[in-house]
Design a binder for this molecule. Structure first.
Ligand SMILES: Nc1ncnc2c1ncn2[C@@H]1O[C@H](COP(=O)(O)OP(=O)(O)O)[C@@H](O)[C@H]1O
Ligand SMILES: [Mg+2]
Length: 375
């Protein structure tokens, strides 16, 4: 058990490649924090600095109250699970799990107790005598996790542990990691490029891009109030729609004009924009596909679109639309409440009408790309 603190942490490779800039984060004891972002944004580098596998170019790293910048990995009380499992092929699952404990000269009975307990937690007891090559990908990943659990580390580090598994197994292992976390009550730092994994696993998620933290928050906070266009587009699937629009200030209220319609903002939005001194300006309007309202009857003040693609997903329909301005808009619609007639209206090539309630609209400045309210 331990907190992890990064203060102004920086990583420069080969004297000029800055992989991580001024990284500041306090991870609480027993917290599950996920670093998420596209490939190359510095997630692994940051994790490897915590593990002690990379030197820290600048800044301070603490585990608990201890500054560990110059502490050897083996003395940091951490355990790391890698994407490629990194098991020893020539020894059994049992010996793979016992390996680090034997190096520590731990008592044989204690090693046995820990290996059996970890195997039990992970459901791999029956494979303890096998060699890794006689296991499936999912089983190997469990052994890799087991090898970390037996060490009973203060901090658990995982770098894309599920990336090598197929989609079904990945979903299953994701659920198992949630259960594991309940049984192994310690601090976790988990790296992934997959926003779904980040959203489902993290107490807090750290969204990264180009070596910079973009936003830190609970999954709900990051989803509801993305601070900039990047976070808004990265979190959520299908991706948030972005439309050119105009924010109009009149009196003490604001409204959004787009595609021939005017949508007044709500009192909270008005107050927040006024407090920031925002004036009439061009904006990028963000609306999530699931927050779009399809109008079948009253088509006043609605946005007219043409249906380009109609993807039937069973419980929901994904409609790819283009507006009269050729803006692309994706709409996600539950099918359960649709009548036969309504479904027929939503066919390829037809015209349809949509709108957005003010509360689901995200307003971004086109130049700074910041959220005008939360950025
Ligand atoms: N050993 C290294 N030497 C030089 N550059 C590196 C090294 N490892 C990573 N990088 C660079 O640092 C950046 C961040 O990489 P990494 O932390 O692996 O990203 P991520 O894990 O988010 O995909 C990338 O631009 C990558 O090319
Ligand atoms: Mg990586």
């Amino acid at each position: 058990m331990a907190s992890v603190t990064l203060e102004h942490v920086k990583k420069v490779y080969d004297k000029n490649v800055v992989a991580v800039h001024d990284f500041n984060l306090q991870i609480k004891d027993k917290e599950f924090v996920v670093f998420v972002g596209p490939s190359g944004c510095g997630k692994s580098t940051t994790l490897r600095m915590v593990a002690g596998l990379e030197d820290i170019s600048d800044g301070i790293l603490k585990i608990g109250d201890r500054v560990v910048n110059d502490v050897e990995p083996k003395d940091r009380d951490i355990a790391m699970v890698f994407q490629n499992y990194a098991l020893y092929p020539h020894i059994s699952v049992y010996e793979n799990m016992a390996f680090s404990l034997r190096l520590r000269k731990m008592d044989k009975e204690e090693i046995h107790r820990r290996v059996c307990q970890a195997a039990e937690i992970l459901g791999i007891t029956e494979y303890l005598g096998r060699k890794p090559k006689a296991l499936s990908g999912g089983q190997r990943q469990r052994v890799a996790i087991g090898r970390a659990i037996v060490r009973d580390p203060a901090v658990f580090l995982m770098d894309e542990p599920l990336s090598n598994l197929d989609a079904k197994l990945r979903n299953q292992m994701r659920a198992e990691i949630i259960l594991l976390r309940k049984r192994v009550d310690t601090t976790f730092i988990y790296v992934t490029h997959d926003q779904t994994e980040a959203m489902t696993l993290g107490d807090r998620i750290v969204v990264m891009k180009d070596g910079y933290i973009q936003q830190v928050g609970t999954p709900q906070e990051v989803f509801d109030t993305p601070v900039n266009l990047f976070v808004a587009g990265f979190i959520g699937s299908p991706q948030m729609n972005f439309l050119k629009a105009k924010l109009i200030q009149s009196g003490n209220g604001y409204s959004v004009e787009l595609l021939g319609t005017t949508i007044p903002l709500n009192p909270d939005q008005n107050q927040a924009l006024a407090a920031k001194g925002v004036k009439t300006q061009e904006i990028i309007l963000g609306v999530r596909p699931e927050h779009t309202t399809v109008l079948f009857d009253n088509k006043e003040n609605a946005i007219e679109c043409t249906i380009n693609v109609n993807e039937m997903m069973g419980s929901e329909l994904h409609l790819h639309l283009s507006s009269q301005n050729k803006d692309k808009i994706i709409v996600r619609l539950p099918t359960v409440d649709l009548s036969k007639e309504q479904r027929a209206q939503l066919s390829y090539g037809n015209k349809m009408y949509i709108t957005f309630p003010a509360k689901v609209m995200h307003l971004f400045d086109p130049t700074s790309e910041k959220n005008l309210i939360y950025g």
